[in-house]
Write a protein that binds this ligand. Structure first.
Ligand code: CO
Length: 417
């Protein structure tokens, strides 16, 4: 392969990938070996295979691909988080069974026949909707990301922790969300002129509650009923949840029960002591909703072994709460030089985008990182820039450039540069 790299330490970006296939991993097959292979059928070709089934499951050889980093408050098993195993996935859609979870008092077992959404407060006509009633309204479906405000908070630690991609960045998932625009329901209820916020309550035991500006609700909020083509899973809000594209996940209240139109935000615990951003001057930023521009290399990453020098695909996800991803750059020399990555075809607004480069790994230690730019022109910041002005322990909205250090053994590790 004679194509010159696009950036230092053997990195081939978009330009090189467009010019030529960079071949690599196939094992050489001799004519006689091929003849042997054809004659000797493996055991799964000797008898008919398994039966049809009512619902599918992954191959038993993929059993390791599960939610990870599951942790809950002491004495509980449903008040905490579980992470999406990003390093084992490709494309952008997160299988529903692997979508991360963040619950504040477990997963309620809601009978949809007994569940209603109440729209009330500063409205002309308070209304109640069950799932059947909602299904008669015009629906929309969009492929969009959901990211917990506390995602990547491990990166506030003064020393880089020995954690994998899921443990650091796995409170991120992408689904096709289908549901009814909340604006339609509020227009039917008739919002009073003094209505400026809504307070959304969940039907969990914690009554998770967040205040959302009415403008966002009228812009693109939906009451989601479907996720990746099926009804929401219980862990993601069955039978209905609020979904606020591009905004911190906590505000997309699951198991949605009540939308109350108000003049002011409720100033609930979840928007004052939690989900606020304490600054070094003692002030706190409140209602910091949009998630910042961000990217992470998912492969290679900790736990995925590089097997000797050679050509590898470097791939990851980029997303932004401000809209579409415009470019992703990748470096294999610790940020000294960058190559523009190839983006997969569907670059959607408020969705993750898959990026790829090819890398000729020479077997020496290397430092790889990615940097995203969104359509607003915002560039993913360095860790030092993200930490500036942030009070100790303030951990929401962490979107710094992630650096992986590849060892001489071909193993990736979380490092700071
Ligand atoms: Co926030």
């Amino acid at each position: 392969m004679n194509i010159p790299p696009d950036a230092g330490n053997g990195l081939y970006g978009r330009r090189a990938l467009l010019r030529s296939g960079l071949a690599g991993g196939a094992a050489l097959l001799t004519t006689s070996a091929f003849a042997d292979t054809k004659l000797r059928r493996p055991e799964w070709m000797q008898t008919p295979g398994g039966p049809m089934s009512a619902a599918g499951a992954p191959s038993r050889f993929e059993a390791h691909v599960q939610r990870t980093s599951i942790r809950s408050q002491p004495g509980t098993d449903g008040s905490g988080v579980s992470s999406t195993p990003l390093q084992y996935l490709d494309g952008v859609i997160t299988p529903s069974r692997l979508h991360f979870e963040r619950h504040h008092s477990g997963i309620p077992d809601i009978n949809p026949a007994q569940h209603k959404l109440y729209v009330h407060g500063l409205v002309d006509r308070p209304l109640a909707f069950d799932t059947e009633a909602l299904a008669r309204y015009p629906m929309v479906s969009r492929i969009q990301f959901l990211e917990c405000s506390g995602n990547s908070s491990a990166l506030i630690a003064p020393q880089a922790a020995d954690l994998d991609c899921a443990a650091i960045h796995g409170l991120l998932a992408v689904s096709e969300w289908g549901g009814v625009p909340l604006s339609i329901l509020l227009e039917e209820a008739g919002v009073s002129p003094e209505g400026k916020w809504v307070v959304a309550d969940g039907a969990d035991a914690a009554v998770m509650s967040r205040s959302v500006p009415l403008a966002k609700i009228m812009d693109d909020a939906i009451v989601a009923l479907y996720q990746n083509g099926e009804r929401l899973r219980p862990g993601n809000g069955y039978p209905m949840r609020l979904f606020l594209p591009g905004w911190e996940g906590n505000a997309s209240v699951k198991w949605l029960r009540s939308i109350k139109v108000t003049e002011q935000p409720a100033m609930s615990k979840e928007e004052t002591s939690k989900y606020s951003d304490l600054q070094t001057d003692g002030s706190a930023k409140l209602f910091t909703f949009p998630m910042g521009v961000k990217s992470v290399i998912t492969s290679p990453s900790p736990g995925l072994q590089l097997r000797g020098p050679g050509l590898y695909q470097v791939s990851g996800l980029a997303w932004s709460g401000a809209g579409r991803i415009k470019t992703v750059e990748v470096s294999a020399d610790g940020g000294q030089s960058w190559a523009a990555a190839q983006l997969d075809d569907h670059v959607l607004p408020l969705c993750a985008t898959r990026f790829r480069v090819a890398w000729r790994y020479n077997g020496a230690p290397a430092t790889i990182m990615s940097r995203a730019t969104d359509e607003s022109g915002a560039v993913q910041p360095t860790r030092a820039a993200v930490m500036r002005g942030r009070a100790a322990g303030s951990f929401y909205h962490m979107n710094p450039i992630q650096t992986w250090r590849i060892s001489v053994e071909g193993q990736a590790r979380n490092v700071y540069v």
